[in-house]
Design a protein around this ligand. Structure first.
Ligand code: ADP
Length: 486
């Protein structure tokens, strides 16, 4: 098939979270399987300097945003394996210090920035000489693409590609005031309860859900959860209506990036059959972050956006209780200033047990996964979550709340004693998490049992081969049942 993916972030060019990893890996997997695949993404500050091989395309965008025409350019590169990446250049919109925000404050023109980007995606879908069969958009930033394509169809675009939307996190919908709708230049009939309108404003993700041919989300359990009021973020009714086109596909892992045997980020390689190197990673990380070097002290870690979703409040509560035991904890993260302060306070209270690194650091992320005995991910909700899958491969047993993709990717003792590779808890509370940590300590105290968990964890396989087949089936379905009218 010929597939154009569109996303506001793509690893290794730009990243704030799992979206970037997933889109980059899916693109590579599609190209690797012989599909003609390309990704379109914005040209953010620093990309050209970091990737000097980018070439300018002979392409010019002249996009109407409300009453203003906005110009843009196009750059591209081809990755090993044949995946082409297009970068939309618009310096006023994208040559900035952040992707969505600075100092935790969203850019006030995010509506303009991403409506412009969405219109560029549609332009490419329509005029690229290789004519994609399907356009696969990711999250709210490109949620308007299907509706914009629908409009162009009614204005004479003969045979537009089918569309697929992946929801990576329903909590982020791209909601703006009603004036943002004028930037779309769409007829008013699209600004209704059945269309892009949401409580009087514009909702980019809702527009996508309403108009796209097929919808996926990043785990089977999250696909079920988002059709309920509890997890539906106000869109559960619409999602229930579109249930026959909604599929949950667990994200794959790009093991070329996330592996322990050939990884320049690690202090020492290791594998399931040669685990000694993991101890060296633990020792070196303890030194690196300034914790006492001690092989036998269980080391817990977390790498995360510091957002409510990630269960930061119960983690802080449970750690305050558990740090009286003989454990160490290392955090890498950034986000809400209050949460940052919360961890820093904990580090001051337990200086020889807690190390906190505020910031974003990919190398350190690999090192933490490789060093830890346990990985904590107590999310309130989690569409898929990648870190628990990375930690499985790195032999750091995940301790997760049984929600969304966390529930789908970790096996606990109650589910399958033989294949158990992590610890799950259910109730969202400090006490439930503290109890899970106590279970972890009990497992750690029995070296043979811990090794069995670790072996199961490191052998778990979330490679893209299987996942890819599921996407291709959804793409084919989208082609067969394209929405031909509103
Ligand atoms: P989400 O997309 O909700 O942030 P995921 O677990 O799906 O959560 O993906 C998070 C990705 O971002 C992982 O690859 C993780 O390693 C990375 N990440 C998050 N915070 C940081 C950080 N502070 N430094 C480095 N990598 C980070």
């Amino acid at each position: 098939m010929k597939i154009l993916l569109a996303s506001s972030e793509v690893h290794p060019f730009s990243k704030t979270g799992g979206l970037a990893d997933m889109v980059g890996a899916l693109g590579k997997a599609l190209a690797g399987a012989g599909h003609e695949a390309a990704i379109v993404t914005p040209l953010y500050r620093g990309i050209r300097e970091k990737f000097p091989e980018l070439r300018r395309e002979d392409w010019h965008f002249n996009i109407l945003l409300g009453e203003e025409w906005v110009q843009g350019g196009l750059w591209s590169t081809v990755l090993d394996g044949g995946l082409k990446i297009y970068f939309v250049e618009q310096p006023d919109f994208f040559d900035r210090a952040g992707i969505y925000h600075e100092k935790n404050i969203s850019y006030p023109d995010n509506d303009q920035r991403f409506i412009f980007f969405s219109k560029c995606v549609v332009h490419l879908a329509r005029y690229l000489p290789w004519r994609p069969d399907l356009v696969h958009v990711h999250d709210w930033q490109v949620g308007l693409v299907p509706i914009l394509m629908q409009q162009q169809k009614s204005e004479g675009w003969g045979n537009p590609p089918a569309t697929c939307l992946t929801i990576h996190n329903l909590a982020y919908q791209g909601v703006f005031g009603p004036e943002a709708f004028t930037l779309t230049n769409l007829p008013r009939d699209f600004f209704t309860l059945e269309g892009a309108e949401f409580y009087g404003g514009l909702n980019c993700l809702k527009a996508g859900i309403a108009f796209v041919d097929t919808i996926t989300t990043v785990s089977p359990r999250y696909a079920r959860e988002i059709t309920t009021e509890e997890f539906g973020c106000g869109l559960d009714g619409l999602l229930r209506k579109r249930r026959d086109r909604l599929f949950g596909i667990l994200n794959g892992v790009d093991y070329n990036d996330w592996n322990t045997t050939n990884n320049p980020n690690l202090f020492k390689p290791f594998s399931v059959t040669s685990i000694a190197g993991k101890k060296i990673n633990k020792r070196e990380l303890q030194k690196f972050v300034g914790l006492p070097v001690n092989e036998s002290t269980p080391l817990f870690g977390t790498i995360t956006r510091l957002a409510e979703q990630k269960g930061v409040d119960i983690q802080l509560g449970a750690l305050a209780e558990m740090l009286t035991s003989n454990i160490q904890f290392v955090l890498l993260g950034s986000g809400s200033p209050d949460f940052e302060k919360g961890y820093q306070t904990l580090a001051r209270r337990f200086p020889d047990k807690v190390a906190v690194r505020i910031g974003y650091d990919e190398k350190l992320a690999h090192r933490i996964e490789a060093a830890c005995d346990f990985y904590l991910m107590p999310s309130a909700f989690e569409p898929c979550g990648l870190n628990q899958m990375y930690s499985l491969r790195y032999g750091a047993l995940p301790i997760v709340r049984a929600t969304g993709g966390l529930d789908d990717s970790v096996i606990d003792f109650v589910q399958d004693a033989k294949r158990a590779n992590g610890i799950k808890f259910h109730e969202y509370s400090n006490q439930a998490l503290a109890k899970a940590i106590r279970k972890a300590l009990a497992i750690y105290g029995q070296p043979e049992l811990f090794r069995r968990y670790q072996r199961n964890a490191m052998k778990a396989d979330f490679s893209w081969e299987q996942t890819l087949g599921e996407y291709v089936r959804v793409y084919e379905l989208a082609g067969n049942c394209q929405i031909h009218a509103m």
